[in-house]
Design a binder for this molecule. Sequence first.
Ligand code: ADP
Length: 171
Amino acid sequence: MSAPSEEPSVRRALYPGSFDFLTNGHMDIVRRSASLFDELIVAVAHNSAKEGFFTPDERVEILKQSTANLSNVIIHKLPGLTVEYAMKTKSRFIIRGLRAVSDFEFELQIANMNHRLNSKVETIFLAADPENIFLSSRVVKDVWRNGGDITRFVPEPCLKALESKHKDLAN
Ligand code: ADP
C-alpha cells in the first residue's frame, strides 16, 4: 500500500465506497476526481450491512488494475471511519457520486454527519454522467448473476476477476 505524499500543499481527495462490483460509473467519478485534485485516494470500505461478492483485497486489486494509467490515483482499504481516514491521510475532501434523488437523502445525511465529526473535511458531490445514471453495483451484480452481459458496464479487470472467481466457485 503506497503512503500518500507529505507536502502540505498537495490537494488530496478521498473517494470511499464499496466498489463491489466496480462499475464504469465509479470509474467516471475516479477519472474526473483525479483531474480535479493532485492526488486521489480511492478507499475500499468493508460494509458489514452489505453482503460482499468480492473480498476487500480483491476489490483493491481490481481498482489497482483499472486505474493503472492514472498516475495520481492510489488505492487503499478503508480501516474505519471515513472522516478519520481523511484526516489521517491529510485528505481535505471526500468525493461522492450522485446519481438520482434517491442517492441524495442518504448522501446528505452522511455528508452532514461527517461535517459534524470534522468540519475541516469537505464532501464534494460529482453528478453522475447521464450515461451512467442507471448503473449501480447491485443492479449490475443482479444482471450478471442471471447470466446477462455486463461487458459494457464494468471495466475489463472486473470482468476478468469475475471470470476467475466464477471458475473457482464452480470447482
Ligand atoms: P457505498 O456503499 O459507499 O455507497 P458504492 O460503491 O455503492 O459504495 O458507491 C460509492 C460511491 O460511488 C457513492 O458515492 C455512489 O453514489 C457513487 N456511485 C455509484 N455508482 C455510480 C454511478 N453509476 N455514477 C456515479 N457515481 C456512482
